[in-house]
Design a protein around this ligand. Sequence first.
Ligand code: NZQ
Ligand code: ZN
Length: 387
Amino acid sequence: MKPFVFQNPTKLYFGQGQIRHLIAETNQLGSRVLLLYGGGSIKQNGVYDAVMGSLKEAGAEVFELSGVEPNPRISTVRRGAAMCREHRIDWVLAVGGGSVIDCAKAIAAAAVFDADFWDVVSHKRSAQGALPIGTVLTLAATGSEMNAGSVITNEETQDKMGWNSPHTFPRFSILDPAYTVTVPRDHTVNGIVDMMSHVLEQYFHHDEATPVQDGFCESIMQAIVETAPQLVQDLGNVELREIIMYCGTMALNGVLSMGVTGDWANHDMEHAVSAVYDIPHGGGLAILFPHWMDVAVEQHPERFAQLAENVFGIKSAGRSPLEVGKEGIQALRNFWRSIGAPSKLSDYGIDDSRLVLMAGKATTFGPRGRFITLTLEDIADIYKRAL
Ligand code: NZQ
Ligand code: ZN
């Protein structure tokens, strides 16, 4: 494994009823709070009332910004940052899924940035600081609740980019699985695909002597493969929601990347698709990842054989790694289809008219990936396979 530095300062409150800690956190972070949420799910399922109850009990003055879009936009970030400055906000509380949390990180950093924040999202400059951020997670998917990353869309240029800063780790995150029981089946499945993809992006590496890291990845994937089929039949089951919620957070809080360099090309490819077509991130990954695997298995079959054997229980005795690896890819395809994930770009009405445009966006910073390297042409080819 490689030398590494690990630091994750986010305080996690995990489990049912943990919202009670919001009062003490509010007392610590300040009384002027920007409350950020999405299109209204938290008003329907009671989470808004629970959060407001705690904020009021702590004596906070609450300023609200609602309507954060799935695939949050830079225009919303600018609006939120202006509110922070105008109302002298002490800290930002995100209540929602990855989109709301990512938007909160950008608002918190934009509020103390001296120029237009797209410069930071597009990697021209670094964030200079950020207001403190807290989160109440309502959808298990991105891991944004315990990492410093944020993904923002520029709706004018149709670019979607990930950025991060040491300033944007949430100070605390409250993860109550009961808050996720109202997530509909499609977003539940998208979230499951996203967290599995995060594990896979880190599992496909060329570092040696990493049995613990690989085992962590495999155990998260095994748990998802066992739990997800039950959950999609029983969306209100809090115990199953809890397992999936824990998987989502552990998949992208830095633990799996200790000492290894993952790939991440599938995320670059998907962000370009959702930049242009505004589709759900997990749905895009479900479509693209198996096609990337079809390419990668030909170059490095051993890793795929290990995945097939250890996660999908495929027997390898007397067979070539390539044969076993390909059977594992088919097992993943079957698994994602069985829980209701999309499998073709045309499932979202995407045709071949903008494949090269998207491949260009995916390779803005040059060829993608570490496990295998993809040029613009390679990526256009994967999109074509995925039609
Ligand atoms: O807006 P509301 O009404 O709240 O509805 C949301 C939204 O429509 C709904 N939802 C959330 N919690 C719910 C609920 N509906 C019912 N009950 C609940 N409890 O779910 C819909 C999707 O929400 P969203 O936040 O967009 O989903 P997700 O968590 O998958 O976030 C996706 C965004 O995160 C980025 C993606 O690119 C995308 O922009 N990512 C962020 C990452 C990070 N920061 O580390 C890593 C990821 O790879 C990813 O790129
Ligand atoms: Zn993702």
